[in-house]
Write a protein that binds this ligand. Structure first.
Ligand code: UD1
Ligand code: PEP
Length: 429
């Protein structure tokens, strides 16, 4: 199993190209199930989750081809990929494929809307909480689907097609918003989704669906209106830059000190996080090329955060921010409100010498003057990268085990960081 070895202590300086967003690419790829024509997606990151979803879509009959890459970048960076679901050959998404990744469950929406049936295994994904699917079930039932859960599978059927309806999410859910938007695009009549997720990935999916002929308005606000259409067609759409990758590298620079341009990053996608990083003492400026993060040798100020749905501080940056706070000049409080079990990084950060205590949903972090490298391991994607960030600032050698988590969501992590002066390498085998 691959590991990442880091020798900490170097400041970061240079350019880091920001990849297409994993969490936008995945629902856009799934949208290809809604039409028999080709959906072309630009800026698709080269990640394990993308490859896994390609396998899942392939099982339903989706063909794909890769026809380009961003110029001036080496092979393997974000690509343009064509997806064609000329015919759906199988409406079952089996446990073996879906259990590896939460987002694969989302095929339930387009399969049901296009084929009138879907049989999808209950999902897996990062081990950060119980992650139920009740909102998907309620929402699809509101559109007229019959749903049973049997032997670990959700069976969704609609004899006469989906019907538009008004549905209020009892809780904000990114995935359920994606699925209902996709399903309602092919429903009869108008659907109004209230208390919808406002995340940029929802906006990117709405743009994609509209380019395919859907009639969606209000994405990015809490009320989304979808006028159903009979058919969707092919389109070409660009995946937005990854705001979580952007925030992660910004926090790395805030921690090690240095001066890095995050190329292609869009500040409007993560204003709360950038403001928070600025409050820790880093300078953040927007340039034509992206976002520049600069920090001199001055200490890191402690800042309290609470995770919230967009536009609040994202849960997917909570672990990385905790990494940064481990070396702040004082105490900070980090409160996680989205997932009930997203503190798996706490005990691993402690191996590097961090002082963190947990009190319910809040972590109390007492900053230390220095961290010392150690072998560590994490159980989810963002927790793993928080250990990388801390390792970059720690004295001596840190080895991060279970790198497959990182490979799910960070394109060429070690190459991007070593290009800015970090001592970081992958040890294979
Ligand atoms: C692939 C992808 O895009 N994953 C992101 C997506 O996950 P995902 O879409 O799974 O997250 P949700 O927004 O659905 O989850 C928010 C909360 O709602 C709960 N919930 C969700 C659905 C449901 O049927 N019932 C229910 O109770 C969840 O357990 C969680 O407590 O949004 C999360 C919140 O920004 C991010 O951390 C994930 O990185
Ligand atoms: C939690 C994440 O992914 P998933 O929803 O696929 O588990 C993530 O991207 O941080």
């Amino acid at each position: 199993m691959d590991r990442i070895r880091i020798v900490g202590g170097n400041r970061l300086s240079g350019n880091i190209p920001i990849s297409g967003a994993k969490n936008a690419a995945l629902p856009l790829m799934i949208a290809s199930l809604l039409t028999r024509e080709t959906l072309t997606l630009e800026n698709v990151p080269h990640l394990a989750d993308v490859e896994q979803l390609i396998r899942i879509l392939g099982n339903h009959g989706v063909d794909y081809s890769v026809n380009g890459r961003r110029h001036s970048q080496t092979e393997g960076y974000s690509r343009t990929v064509n997806f064609t679901a000329a015919s759906i050959v199988d409406t079952t998404a089996p446990y073996e494929l879906v259990s590896k990744m939460r987002a694969s469950f989302w095929v339930v929406g387009p399969l049901l809307a296009r084929m009138g049936e879907a049989r999808v295994s209950l999902p897996g994904g990062c081990a950060i909480g119980t992650r139920p699917v009740d909102l998907f079930i309620d929402g699809l039932q509101a559109l007229g689907a019959d749903i049973d859960v049997e032997s670990g599978y959700v069976l969704a059927r609609t004899a006469k097609g989906l019907r538009g309806n008004r549905y209020r999410f009892p809780k904000v859910s990114v995935g359920a918003t994606h699925v209902l938007m996709m399903a309602a695009s092919l429903a009869r009549g108008e659907t109004v989704l209230e208390n919808a997720a406002r995340e940029p990935e929802v906006v990117n999916l709405a743009e994609c669906l509209n380019a395919m002929g859907a009639r969606i308005s209000g994405a990015g606000t809490e009320t989304i209106t979808i006028e159903g259409v009979d058919e969707l067609h092919g389109a070409s759409v660009r995946v937005i830059p990854d705001r979580i990758e952007t925030g992660t590298y910004a926090m790395a620079v805030a921690m090690t000190g240095g001066d890095v341009l995050l190329e292609g990053a869009r500040p409007d996608l993560l204003e709360t996080a950038l403001d928070t990083i600025a409050r820790t003492g880093a300078e953040i400026t927007t340039t034509n090329e992206g976002i520049r993060v600069y920090r001199n040798g001055a200490g890191i100020e402690p800042v309290d955060i609470t995770t919230e749905p967009f536009p609040g501080f994202p849960t997917d940056l909570q672990a990385q921010f905790m990494g940064l706070m481990t070396m702040a000049k004082g105490r900070s409080h980090i409160t996680e409100t989205i997932f009930e079990n997203r503190f798996m990084h706490v005990q691993e950060l402690a191996r590097l010498g961090a002082h963190i205590t947990l009190s319910g949903q809040t972590a109390i972090v007492d900053g230390v003057a220095k961290l010392k490298g150690a072998p560590v391991m994490a159980t989810d994607l963002r927790a793993s990268v928080s250990l990388v960030i801390a390792g970059l600032a720690a004295e001596g050698e840190t080895v991060v085990n279970r790198v497959y988590h990182l490979d799910r969501g960070f394109e060429r992590l070690e190459e991007k960081l070593s290009g800015c002066g970090a001592t970081i390498e992958r040890i294979t085998g």
